[in-house]
Design a protein around this ligand. Structure first.
Ligand SMILES: NC(=O)c1ccc[n+]([C@@H]2O[C@H](COP(=O)([O-])OP(=O)(O)OC[C@H]3O[C@@H](n4cnc5c(N)ncnc54)[C@H](O)[C@@H]3O)[C@@H](O)[C@H]2O)c1
Ligand SMILES: O=C(O)C[C@H](O)C(=O)O
Ligand SMILES: [Mg+2]
Length: 648
């Protein structure tokens, strides 16, 4: 039966039910008018299209717009791809309503996190200026609601939470249509796109179409932290199916219910999307977010020299087995988002021990997780060490010996079968390992016990991986101040809690996590500081700096400049007190500085083509202070503009 007949059938029974229940005559009339139209097959003339219809409660059908209607009304791409019956819509709404009580209490660290998200989201739908005013003024309190960790919960429950669409959806079904679909987006200019395919959302795995939440959350930070104009941001979901069996079976799931496209078919969809958005908005910047490692590296390599794009989670060149050292002199390709933030933290950890940063190459580092994020961090850390040691092959070799990498199968050695090419440079030599008393596949606890590392860093997506046994083993660290980076998100995926870290390993440790945690009262008049090591300290500044420089690509040097700026941001005293990352309340300031560093580097590399009235020549003339001022003056602030009506 067609969707239309389905809707009619559903609507008749609905009218009956509504009539029985509705006491408000206006609402009754409206509902009756709407559904009678469907019953009688008579079309309703509307004088609007696109978002105007979705935002008009009289005409909006949300996910129930049929595909032909979506095409007729320029709605294609503005809704998730799965067409729903009105019965399904009601079911989805009711299921969500009934779950509200439970859900509102299962926020990760805040029992009302999801309830707060709903309230903020409704404000976002009603009044953007006010929404961002609230967010900017209370960023420390609400970043964890609109962004990590609550955004993870939002993605997991997206089908239920969905009210009004935000952003664009491109699906495998839209092949051949994307070039025209992009014109359904109402904004003439888009500066920033965050796109995901939903395949690895935080540490929560494949969430399919529901992953759009992460793109929305990241763009909220682009607006709040970097002052990108909210009318010029576009969250995008590329729905190529999902391999999440639960979602495939869920009748209320909003995405395509088929397994993920793979191989050339997958690439073709992403290629078409890139071509479409860059055709309509040639100056847009596209941030790839939470793509599974299988594709993250390949897509980065495919597009980064042609388009203004970067990947927030990884930024690394694939290692070539035959040419392990080709990148010795090219440090910066490894510094982005996650890796840049991790390096800033790792250098902070050296300073926090009261040692000079140049001692970094002496640190013994155990990394749990060799996925896209872990490998990015490992490459960046190794390159940083190599540079400090003289930036030659011997330095690079020697730096490699400072890392022990443990993945789902345990310690990675050269004995590992079918070893991932990306992980190969970090595999321990078998002889060396056995001399230490270690072997292929050794457990994390064993590795920590034997190595006695200065740093234990987790990017494994496994909550609680730094168990009591592992943390007990870390007590044997040879460092005066062992550092624990539990970087996996969201909160429940953190490798350990700060409470466990401080109570088991000791008050003197340094602690950082990807998701925010409260500082810990150590009970002796001292506070155990919880740093948030999250790529949010870099991506907004990289985007803003790229935009304002007008650079056509995001060069390695621009990324490196961003990371170095973050590393230098914290003062000596703060670092000695265990504070290695700024508090979120300073995110607008740090973003401004990062953006200025990116602009400066783009000018230095002769990439800056200018932005609006600031052309390349004018940019060249700016002093350091003037660049910061230029950035500051171009950051959007949430003030109401004066509005004047003018006839078409
Ligand atoms: N803090 C940040 O800014 C930041 C940035 C990017 C990613 N992350 C987080 O990093 C995590 C991983 O992301 P990814 O893209 O690398 O994922 P991924 O799936 O590509 O990699 C996960 C890795 O963890 C390993 N692993 C699984 N179980 C393990 C175990 N028991 N012991 C040791 N290793 C194990 C896997 O073998 C794999 O190598 C996610 O939770 C993500 O949220 C945090
Ligand atoms: O989204 C975040 O909070 C950080 C990072 O991009 C991640 O994937 O975990
Ligand atoms: Mg991410």
């Amino acid at each position: 039966m067609s969707n239309f007949s389905n809707q009619i059938r559903a609507s008749s029974s609905l009218i009956k039910r509504l009539k029985q229940r509705m006491t408000n005559p206006a609402a009754l009339m409206q509902a009756t008018r709407h559904f009678t139209t469907l019953e009688g097959h008579r079309p309703t003339i509307v004088h609007k299209r696109s978002l105007d219809i979705l935002h008009d409660p009289w005409f909006n059908k949300g996910t129930a717009f049929s595909m032909t209607e979506r095409d007729r009304l320029d709605l294609r791409g503005l809704l998730p791809p799965n067409v729903m019956t009105s019965e399904q819509q009601i079911q989805r709404f009711m299921a969500d309503l009934k779950r509200l009580e439970v859900q509102a209490r299962d926020g990760p660290s805040d029992p009302y996190a999801l309830a707060k998200w709903r309230i903020l989201n409704r404000l976002h739908d009603r009044n953007e200026t006010m929404y961002y005013q609230v967010l900017i003024d209370n960023i420390e309190e609400y970043a964890p609601i609109v962004y990590t960790p609550t955004v993870g919960l939002v993605c997991q429950n997206y089908s239920g939470l969905f009210r009004r669409p935000r952003g664009m959806y491109f699906s495998g079904e839209d092949r051949g249509e994307m070039m025209s679909m992009v014109y359904n987006w109402p904004a003439e200019q888009v500066d920033m796109i965050v796109v995901t395919d939903g395949s690895r959302i935080l540490g929560l795995g494949d969430l399919g179409v529901q992953g759009i939440g992460i793109a929305i959350g990241k763009l909220d930070l682009y607006v709040a932290a970097a002052g990108i104009n909210p009318q010029r941001v576009l969250p995008v979901m590329i729905d190529v199916g999902t391999n999440n069996e639960k979602l495939l079976k869920d009748p209320l799931y909003l995405g395509l219910q088929e397994h993920r496209l793979d191989g050339d078919e997958y690439i073709a969809v992403i290629d078409e999307f890139m071509e479409a958005v860059f055709t309509r908005w040639p100056h847009v910047i596209v941030q790839f977010e939470d793509f599974q490692s299988k594709w993250a590296f390949k897509l980065l390599q495919r597009y980064r020299n042609t388009y203004r794009m970067f990947n927030d989670d990884v930024q690394t060149k694939p290692n070539d087995r035959t040419c392990l050292f080709y990148h010795v002199y090219d440090l910066s390709a490894y510094f982005l988002g996650t890796a840049g933030v991790a390096i800033a933290g790792l250098l902070g950890a050296v300073r926090a021990q009261g040692r000079p940063m140049i001692d970094f190459p002496k640190q013994k580092i155990v990394v749990a997780g060799a996925g896209s994020a872990g490998i990015g961090v490992l490459n960046a850390a190794r390159k940083t060490m190599a540079r400090m040691l003289g930036n030659n092959e011997a330095a690079f070799e020697s730096a490699g010996r400072q890392f022990w990498v443990v993945d789902a199968k345990g310690l990675i050695t050269e004995e590992r079968e079918n070893i991932d090419l990306e992980a190969l440079p970090f595999a321990r030599k078998v002889n060396e390992a056995s001399r230490q008393g270690l072997r292929e596949g050794a457990s994390l606890a064993e590795v920590v016990r034997v190595v006695k590392p200065d740093v234990l860093l987790g990017l494994s997506a496994v909550g609680g991986l730094f168990s009591k046994e592992v943390l007990e083993a870390l007590k044997g660290s040879t460092s005066t101040r062992p550092a624990i980076f539990a970087m996996s998100n969201p909160t429940k995926n953190a490798e350990c809690t700060p409470e466990d870290a401080f109570s088991i390993v000791g008050d003197n440790i340094l602690f950082a996590s990807g998701s925010p945690f409260q500082d810990v009262d150590l009970g002796n008049g001292h506070i155990g500081h919880c740093n948030q090591g999250n790529n949010m300290y870099l991506f907004p500044g990289i985007g803003l700096g790229t935009l304002l420089s007008g650079s056509r690509i995001i060069s390695d040097g621009m990324l490196q400049a961003a990371a170095e700026c973050l590393a230098a941001y914290m003062g000596e005293e703060e670092v000695l007190n265990g504070i290695i990352y700024p508090s979120t309340s300073r995110i607008r300031d740090i973003t401004k500085e990062v953006a200025a560093a990116v602009v400066k580097e783009a000018i230095k590399e002769d990439l800056a083509e200018g932005y609006r009235e600031m052309d390349a020549r004018e940019l060249q003339k700016l002093s350091q202070e003037e660049i910061v001022e230029y950035v500051k003056n171009n950051m959007w602030s949430p003030d109401y503009p004066t509005l004047v009506y003018k006839k078409d």
